[in-house]
Design a protein around this ligand. Structure first.
Ligand code: ARG
Length: 458
C-alpha cells in the first residue's frame, strides 16, 4: 500500500524497504489491530464519518479477515509496510472508499500504541498465570521437604543447617514479588492510547472514554504526546520478565551444582536432561543451563528497550518501531523458561540421604555460641570461644559432634549442670521464628503462600 503518494515521489530503495518494513514482526498484532479498528469504526460512526451500514460493513470485513488470519489463509504483499497498513489495505480492497475512510482522525502512532498496550496487558496476565503455576509447584515440593535437612551455605561455604523446603520457598517468595510487579504493570498499561492522533490529539471530538471501555481498558491515556512517545510500559514488562528469569537463573545455577555427583542432591527426570554425544556416562542438566542462558537474553531485551527511547526527541520517531522484537522476545522467552523450570522442578528427585551426608557438625557452631549467650555470655565472647573450640577439634581432624563430655566440660563449664545437646534437628527447631528454617516455620510459610495463591487465582 503506497502511503505517501502525495509527497514521496519515488519507490523506496530496496535496502530502505528492508529496514523500514515491520510486518514480519508486528503481524503478531493482527488480532489486536482488528480490535483497534473495530473500536475506531464504531467511534467514527458515532461522530458521523460512517453511516451505520458502512460501520457494519467494516465490522463484517474485520471479522472475515480475522477468521482468515486465524486459519492461516492470509497473503501479505511486498508493499505492506506494517500491520496497520495491511489491515487498511484489506478493508479498502473490500469496501473501496468506505475502507479508506477508516484512517480518519487517527495515526499509526496511536494505533500501534493501542495494539501494543492490548498485547502487553494480555501477556502480563499470561505471565502471572505461569508464575502462579510455578509457585504452586514450589509449595507442593516444599511440603514434601519441609523437614529435609541440608547444608545451607553462604559464600558457597557450609553455614548452617536448613531444610530443603525452606530453600525452595525462598524462590517462591521471590516469584511472588515478580507476580506483584506484573500486576502493578497491568495497572499502568490499562490505559487506552487510541484517539491521540499523531501527536496533538484527535482532530475530531471523539469519546475516548467510550473507546477505552470498548477495548476493555480502564480509562484513556491522559496526554496525547506522552501516549504516542513513550514505551515505558514495554520496558516495565520486559523488566518483569528479566527479574523473573534472573531469579530462576540463580536457582538454576544452584541446581546445576547440586546435580554434580560431588553433591548429588538432585536428579532431573530424563525428559529434562540430555546426554553427551561422546561420553556415555553423561547426564547433563541442560534445562537448568538453558534457564541460565535465557536470563541473559531477557536482560539484553531490557537494555535494548531502554536504549531505544533514551535519546529520542519527542514525540514519535521511527526508533520506536524497533521495540517489538525485543518485547516479543522477552515475553516469549520468559513464558517458555518459566514453564520448563516448573515442569523440571515438579519431576525432579531430591536425595535427602545424600544431603544429610554432606552436613558437617561445625555448622552447629552458631548454636553453641547461642547456648553460651543463654548462659549470660556476651555474643562476641561466645563466638570467640566456639571458634577456638572448632579450631581445636579441626586440628585433631574432628568436628563439633565428636566432642567428648570431658572436652565439653573443660571448654564450657557453663553446661556442667545441664549438658548441651547439639544436633541438626535441634538447630532447625531453634529457628522457629517467622521466616526461619524450623519445619514448623517452613510449613507456616507454605500455608501463607498457598493461601495467597488461592486468593490470587488466575
Ligand atoms: N509500524 C510503526 C511502528 O511500529 C507504525 C508507526 C509509524 N508512524 C509513522 N509516523 N511513520 O511504530
Amino acid at each position: 500500500m503506497t502511503l505517501y503518494k502525495g509527497r514521496i515521489d519515488a519507490e523506496p530503495n530496496e535496502l530502505m524497504d528492508a529496514m523500514n518494513k515491520s510486518l514480519p514482526v508486528d503481524i503478531r498484532f493482527f488480532p489486536y489491530d482488528v480490535n483497534t479498528n473495530r473500536a475506531w469504526a464504531r467511534e467514527l460512526c458515532r461522530i458521523g464519518i460512517f453511516t451505520e451500514s458502512e460501520r457494519d460493513n467494516i465490522l463484517r470485513v474485520l471479522d472475515e479477515i480475522l477468521a482468515r488470519y486465524n486459519k492461516g489463509e492470509f497473503k501479505t504483499l511486498p508493499d505492506d509496510e506494517d500491520i496497520h497498513t495491511l489491515t487498511e489495505r484489506l478493508l479498502t480492497e473490500s469496501l473501496g472508499d468506505t475502507g479508506a475512510r477508516i484512517h480518519t482522525g487517527r495515526s499509526r502512532n496511536d494505533q500501534v500504541a493501542c495494539d501494543l498496550y492490548q498485547y502487553l496487558k494480555d501477556s502480563l496476565q499470561m505471565l502471572k498465570s505461569h508464575l502462579h503455576q510455578l509457585m504452586s509447584v514450589l509449595c507442593s515440593v516444599s511440603v514434601t521437604h519441609a523437614a529435609t535437612l541440608m547444608a545451607g551455605t553462604t559464600h558457597l561455604q557450609p553455614a548452617q543447617p536448613i531444610t530443603l523446603g525452606h530453600f525452595l520457598m525462598s524462590l517462591a517468595f521471590a516469584l511472588q514479588r515478580d507476580f506483584q510487579r506484573a500486576d502493578d504493570a497491568i495497572r499502568r498499561v490499562d490505559r487506552c492510547p487510541l484517539g491521540s492522533g499523531a501527536i496533538a490529539g484527535c482532530g475530531f471530538v471523539v469519546d475516548r472514554e467510550k473507546i477505552a471501555a470498548e477495548l476493555g481498558f480502564a480509562a484513556p491515556t491522559d496526554n496525547s504526546i506522552d501516549s504516542i512517545s513513550d514505551r515505558d510500559v514495554a520496558q516495565e514488562t520486559a523488566f518483569v520478565c528479566a527479574s523473573t528469569l534472573t531469579h530462576l537463573s540463580r536457582y538454576a545455577e544452584q541446581f546445576v551444582i547440586w546435580s554434580n555427583p560431588a553433591f548429588g542432591y538432585v536428579k532431573w527426570d530424563a525428559q529434562w536432561s540430555t546426554g553427551s554425544s561422546m561420553m556415555p556416562q553423561k547426564r547433563n542438566p541442560d534445562a537448568m543451563e538453558l534457564v541460565r542462558a535465557k536470563a541473559a537474553r531477557a536482560l539484553g531485551d531490557v537494555a535494548t528497550l531502554l536504549c531505544l527511547t533514551k535519546g529520542v526527541p519527542l514525540s514519535y520517531a521511527k526508533d520506536l518501531q524497533e521495540d517489538k522484537e525485543a518485547v516479543f522476545d522477552s515475553i516469549d522467552t520468559a513464558m517458555l523458561t518459566i514453564q520448563v523450570f516448573s515442569k523440571a522442578m515438579e519431576s525432579a528427585t531430591f536425595n535427602p540421604a545424600q544431603m544429610k551426608k554432606v552436613l558437617t557438625s561445625d555448622m552447629l557452631a552458631t548454636d553453641l555460641a547461642d547456648a553460651l549467650v543463654e548462659k549470660g555470655i556476651p555474643f562476641r565472647k561466645a563466638h570467640e570461644r566456639a571458634a577456638k573450640f572448632v579450631t581445636f577439634l579441626e586440628d585433631a581432624k574432628r568436628d563439633l559432634l565428636s566432642a567428648t563430655p570431658a572436652e565439653m566440660d573443660t571448654h564450657f563449664p557453663e553446661f556442667r549442670d545441664a549438658p548441651l545437646a547439639l544436633g541438626y534437628e535441634a538447630s532447625l527447631e531453634r529457628r522457629r521464628a517467622t521466616g526461619g528454617t524450623a519445619p514448623v516455620s517452613v510449613r507456616a510459610q507454605i500455608a501463607k503462600l498457598s493461601d495467597w495463591l488461592k486468593k490470587n487465582q488466575i
